[in-house]
Design a protein around this ligand. Sequence first.
Ligand code: NAD
Length: 428
Amino acid sequence: MSIQHEIPSYLSSHGIGPWGDYLEQIDRVTPYLGPLARWVETMKRPKRILIVDVPIERDNGTIAHFEGYRVQHNTSRGPGKGGVRFHQDVTLSEVMALSAWMTVKNAAVNVPYGGAKGGIRVDPKTLSPGELQRMTRRYTSEINIIIGPNKDIPAPDVNTNEQIMAWMMDTYSMNQGSTASGVVTGKPISLGGSLGRREATGRGVFVVGCEAAVKRGLDIKGARVAVQGFGNVGGIAARLFSEAGAKVVAVQDHVSTVVRESGLDVVALQEYVLANGSVAGFQGGEEIADRALFWATDCDILIPAALEQQINVDTAHTIRAKIILEGANGPTTPAADDILHDKGVLIVPDVIANAGGVTVSYFEWVQDFSSFFWTEDEINLRLTRIMREAFTSVWQLAEEKKVSLRTAAFIMACTRVLQAREMRGLYP
Ligand code: NAD
């Protein structure tokens, strides 16, 4: 029996941007899903979307309103799971795409979660610490009805961190009347956070990067690395590559680009960014004014670790890297994917490359439930094993089906999600 469907109004106007990219990725994988393709529409529409108004009183006595979202894309395999982004360009379409990529990622690395994501359209740098806290708490109260340790578990993303997670956990707990540490992950260690969580996404990027380098016959020692986005993901990945003997020759953030032929001192750059908010003005390298030149960096490994659609038809042509490790979510458009494929560039897709964060979030959630905490070595060992296994099984599937790693990861993930969907059946 076929499934009849109409396109909901909020989806019809979202065919472009990150959500459009995601839909195209699903279309590309559908021919490989066999009989499960009957259920593929499940992947193309979020299960639940909540749009909330987030009003706060500013320090000067005026009232400001921000638009917030929480999207639960799919919960067939478990509770929703995914980060919260505070950024001036956040849109519903972007959060929908990010939530859908979480569904695919969680299934690709086989952690028992569905996919979700949240965000507020705000530049948090324009808020005082008090305003930031009030906004975070009001947003949490507004989405309180759909989150919970067994329902949907937020985590950090762009411009959110351990402090934001602590406020979210506290706000949710105050509404519940008891401390619910498992409602968010990426918390401070003192509140039930996990050792190794802060570094987990960057570490995962490094682990799959080493696997990819072996496949391409590239020695990490001496390899040239370029990183876009020098925050949690890009900063840690750059540090680990540098510690392994690679040369980080270019770093770009939202303000500037710094380069150094002999390799930047990554630790000094991290300290500089912590103190100054950006790489701009760093004396240990040369600043280049033309941002587009970053993509043409002569490098072996390129790590986009900032925002979506950075590698597009304009930038893809200029890329000289042999390997791209997608630290960011959705950094490469489908058209750019094709260009890079023709150039023989190996892309380790976001849904594998940056899955280290959600993997250790899963460890954190498990530790919170049992109130029993693991050592950092245990965390890193388990993380490394899961990342390597995911990379290897996706690599093997890609060879077997003669498809890209992205398509292979999507085949594996969609199969798991849609099998769960089929086994559960439709209610009623
Ligand atoms: P972050 O806020 O810690 O850092 C973001 C970095 O990107 C900053 O260095 C910022 O300057 C830079 N940036 C922002 N806009 C830019 C632009 N237009 N051009 C160049 N650089 C720009 O965020 P993060 O947690 O490191 O997240 C980065 C990416 O990784 C996002 O795509 C996020 O969804 C993804 N990701 C994060 C995690 C996690 O655990 N934090 C997990 C998986 C994926």
